[in-house]
Design a protein around this ligand. Structure first.
Ligand SMILES: [Zn+2]
Length: 258
């Protein structure tokens, strides 16, 4: 049996489809579907023009019916629901608060986990940096609804202001948070941090607010931060400029300072 025809989710031999690692809706620039892979160690950016999908990982049922429902909830919450829950403004930050009445927390968490899991099982060179290791199987069990592993995959979300260039930039990369292994997903105007193992993790005073941003079924904050946007934008812009100089076409034209 050719292992290439085994769906990594249901483990059955099926016809496999072109599965997007990051769902298509989250590419704000549909036509180009550019994905940027970031090597977290060297900080190097690489553009993939065709969008990141893998033909060797998922069958149609698992992709569209099971993972698809998580994708839908992610899309619904991040593109629509959140706007109804603007709480207040603190300085330049806009604070949103969502509870279990506003979103299916389990689906939303699964949505982010599924992106990581898809990237982890994928053999695409773009995702060679993403390897969940011992957590890959646990992620699958969560997605299959067998276990919840509440201490694992602690997730918090920052939002960028709307209509900005950098919001089109999609990447997934390794990170560290409080010395814990983490991943960040930058997509569709959101910056999402996923801490793999959040057991006994205590946030210090300065970052105490993060503990209230961890998505959970009681309620959690999402912060829209222009400052964070500018920070990330400046960093990305520098990288884009390097690419531009080397003759690559970056996802958006860098502002070259003369
Ligand atoms: Zn399947």
């Amino acid at each position: 049996m050719n292992s290439k025809n085994i769906c990594k989710f249901c483990r059955q031999q099926k016809k496999l489809i072109r599965a997007h690692i990051i769902p298509r809706h989250f590419y704000l620039d549909y036509k180009d579907e550019q994905y940027v892979s970031v090597n977290s160690l060297s900080g190097k950016f690489k553009i993939q023009q065709s969008g990141a999908y893998d033909k060797n990982v998922l069958c149609l049922d698992c992709d569209s019916k099971i993972l698809g429902q998580f994708d839908k909830e992610g899309y619904r919450v991040l593109f629509d629901e959140i706007k109804k829950h603007k709480l207040n403004k603190i300085g330049n930050d806009i604070i949103y608060y969502l509870t279990s009445k506003d979103c299916n927390f389990e689906y939303l968490r699964n949505f982010f986990i599924s992106i990581l899991w898809r990237a982890s099982i994928s053999f695409l060179p773009d995702f060679k940096d993403i390897n969940l290791g011992e957590y890959q199987q646990k992620a699958l069990e969560i997605l299959q609804g067998k276990k919840s592993y509440d201490n694992l995959f602690k997730i918090f979300i920052f939002k960028y202001p709307e209509g900005k260039d950098f919001n089109k930039l999609i990447f997934l990369s390794k990170a560290k948070f409080y010395n814990r292994k983490a991943y960040v997903i930058n997509m569709a105007g959101y910056f999402i941090t996923i801490i793999l193992n959040g057991k006994n993790l205590i946030f210090n005073n300065k970052l105490h607010y993060i503990s209230e941003m961890i998505i959970n079924d009681k309620g959690f904050y999402i912060i829209e931060s222009n400052r964070l946007y500018l920070q990330h934008y400046h960093f990305a812009n520098k990288k884009m400029q390097e690419m531009w100089m080397k003759g690559y076409k970056p996802p958006f034209a860098p502002k070259i300072k003369n």
